[in-house]
Design a protein around this ligand. Structure first.
Ligand SMILES: Nc1nc(=O)c2c([nH]1)NC[C@@H]1CN(c3ccc(C(=O)N[C@@H](CCC(=O)O)C(=O)O)cc3)C=[N+]21
Length: 286
């Protein structure tokens, strides 16, 4: 029987654990771990995500501080806000919701966040620490994927992990994290030749490309563990449904374990943001 890895339930457990720790943190330091969420513009999807993050932060016993900025804000003003958050002792984690409007320099913003407060794990210092196998702030989505893998696998050592996608926010850090777990890691992407064949050799298949139902049953080795990072809104008969990057119906019977969409990686991403904020706060006050 295929195991369905329930991201919603697992995320609730992570949030619960964070809440317990956050309570201890509050007793010890007299402040809650603080998360600043910066949202530029009014993209409806981003607004939904940010609302969910704020809600989850409250459940986690964190203090969340939302900063909503108009879409036409200039780089200087945004830089000044980041500076102010960097210096604010009540703020332990800073998340700038991406993507930013085109006129803003995303890399400049990421680079200006103090690495210690970079709960997304996107700052080059954290990227470098993770790549060199050191303690780092690990990006929320890959961290969530790893926790899900650990639910169904005792030891990842020596497993062949294939990561589909090479984005800076998922594919690359996922590969670095799996390498740190002693997997044999292959990254494939849109220019890869024989992508299906390489995927079909994976013990662990992590897919993060943003292409609805791209991975079919014959891409998957029987018994593989499949983690679907894709969240694609697809229209069907006038209604929108969320679809992953994996053809779930076809692939699930082949896999030994699989994550659903929705209710898989998404909720874990948010839960890991809470976990990273607690970690950041603990490291800053010890
Ligand atoms: N700096 C930054 N960090 C991020 O982590 C970040 C970001 N920017 N920009 C946008 C993406 C997207 N993202 C999601 C998180 C959770 C769900 C999630 O929980 N989805 C639900 C479904 C929600 C629905 O119904 O739409 C699920 O998969 O079950 C989705 C998407 C984080 N992102």
């Amino acid at each position: 029987m295929t195991r369905i890895i329930d991201g919603k339930q697992l995320a609730a457990q992570v949030v619960d654990d964070v809440a317990t720790e956050a309570k201890l943190f509050l007793d010890k330091h007299g402040v809650k771990p603080g998360l600043a969420v910066v949202l530029v513009g009014e993209d409806p999807a981003s607004q939904v995500y940010v609302r969910n993050k704020i809600k989850r932060a409250e459940e986690s016993g964190l203090n969340s501080i939302e900063h909503k900025l108009p879409a036409d804000i200039d780089q200087n003003t945004l830089d000044q806000l980041i500076d102010q958050l960097n210096q604010d002792p009540a703020v332990h984690g800073i998340l700038v919701q991406l993507p930013l409007p085109d006129h803003l320099d995303e890399n400049a913003v990421i680079n200006s966040i103090l690495p210690a407060k970079d709960v997304d794990g996107f700052h080059p210092v954290n990227v470098g620490l993770l790549s060199s196998g050191q303690d780092a702030m690990v990006p929320c989505t890959p961290l969530g994927c790893l926790i899900m893998l650990r639910q169904v696998m005792d030891d990842l050592t020596g497993k062949h992990a294939v990561v589909v996608g090479r984005s800076n926010i998922v594919g690359k850090p996922m590969a670095a994290l799996l390498l740190r777990e002693n997997c044999t890691v292959t990254t494939v992407h849109s220019r890869t030749q024989n992508i299906e064949q390489i995927c079909s050799e994976a013990d662990i298949l992590v897919v993060a490309v943003g292409s609805p139902e791209m991975v079919k049953a014959d891409w998957v080795k029987p018994g593989a563990v499949v983690i679907d990072v894709g969240i694609n809104s697809v229209e069907h008969d006038g209604a929108y449904k969320l679809k992953g990057d994996v053809d779930y119906q076809a692939v699930a019977p082949v896999a030994s374990a699989i994550t659903p969409v929705p209710g898989g990686v998404g909720p874990m991403t948010i839960a890991c943001l809470m976990k990273n904020t607690l970690t950041a706060a603990t490291q800053q006050l010890s």
